[in-house]
Ligand binder design. Sequence first.
Ligand code: FES
Length: 577
Amino acid sequence: MSEPKKPKFRSAEWFGRTDRDGFIYRSWVKNRGVPHDQFDGRPVIGICNTFSELTPCNSHFRTIADYVKQGVLDAGGFPLEFPVMSLGETMLRPTAMLFRNLASMDVEESIRANPIDGVVLLFGCDKTTPALLMGAASCDVPAIGVSGGPMLSGKWRGQDVGSGTGVWQMSEEVRAGRMPMADFFEAESCMHRSHGHCMTMGTASTMASMVEALGIGLPGNAAFPAVDGRRNVIARLAGRRIVEMVKEDLRMSRILTRDAFENAITALAAIGGSTNAVIHLTAIAGRIGVKLELEDFDRIGSRLPCLVNLQPSGHYLMEDFCYAGGLPAVLRELGQAGVLHKDALTANGKTIWANNQDAPCYNREVIFAYDKPFKAAAGIAVLRGNLAPDGAVIKPSAATPSLLQHRGRAVVFEDIADFHKRIDDESLDIDETCVMVLKNCGPKGYPGMAEAGNMPLPPKVLRKGITDMVRVSDARMSGTAYGTVVLHTAPEAAAGGPLALVRNGDIIELDVAKRRLHLEVTDAELVRRKADWKGPPQHLARGYYKLYVDHVTQANRGADLDFIVGKSGAAVPRDNH
Ligand code: FES
């Protein structure tokens, strides 16, 4: 039996040793049938798996991991799969976002503490994607992302029904008395009918597209349905490629450059993507060390057209997007229009332009040409004003055009409990010209910055056939949601931001063209109100809740924890004996 070879990769600090500790590191791994010759210095590839039956969108990840493993073996690597905290968007309370940073810490420490030379990140449901990218970026090892893929289109009574988007529409129909509960239950059984994540251009599909646009995933990563054989091919190819990336020392920081983030912002506008991507991209950039400001999203993205006709901004679903050509067809349009950094390096070792310059489009109803877009100037807009000194965002492509300039009387809900208590009350003094204001739903306030910003409208307004009103909050909204909804107002109410000082009857002016969000109350009156302001009670004063509330940054900084912004690299910790 030969001795292990000379150390080369970081895993050799564990497996390439001839001392007592080398015995320990290898011997226990051999219990699962690993032969001695596998410790010959070949790249050890971690497969970071967010499988969980509590995360329905990721429940097929054991199969995907098997394909990745096969790819790693194909290329002569040594695959070792490991679990990390999984975040199921539909299950976790008070909100999955509260745990994004916790999961990212799990990922970071799991990679650094183990004999891992490169990692394949398996993500799908909304927060799993940023959590894994953030954690791996803080280690800056070679990494490649594999998304789990969207579900097949929902089908109900011959019609397409989209994840989330259809839920918001149908629940408003029930509240307006137009949809019987039996229909509601039936639709619920027809919406999600295969493995995969939400199949609208919600946050999961948006982040899968960001993975592709950033270059940290392979071409085609975003759109192949979870149950399409090509999803498994992508997984296997990623397994093969990560072995080469380790040999090339192609670390995340060589891919996640400023140009890559600008490409992601450009793609975000072109797909009509989720507002949540603003927070997640900012947080990922913060980990890898790229400076990204809220204004970058407006400056780069807001004047770009939306090319993709997908719910919630449009009509179609991810399955249609796949058959139309997927993100490669969008990136080709952007490159031809001269708005893409074509030289940005991607995980397969080629530039983003080399990957996408010949990508075909098969359906112009789904993916529009840049010079004949689906919607003009549709990227996310960043608002400022005395109500949002550190910014707020709105997605004009999902808003009602006539409400983008609006002045109205504030109807204030102090927190989400107050909202639920009063919104269905017929005596609530509100009509469609009012501005609904929701406080204490930001990072510290909820806590975790819940997707509560797309407040349901009052029934008496819905009965008039009105489907949208101006809404302002420090919350996020689901990427599948829509409406004239101002989100991420910073500083948040619970941190003493001006939002905390809004009172019923105040006048609020929204002017998206001027990027303005203004509270028509004098500075002197706001100072008086601030002197009387008391912060909301803290929900739990121990454990992770406390750590989070004490250290979370505001939305414009990515809502990361202040002490984990940045990276520590992949230095090998001291031995455990
Ligand atoms: Fe998982 Fe929508 S609930 S992606």
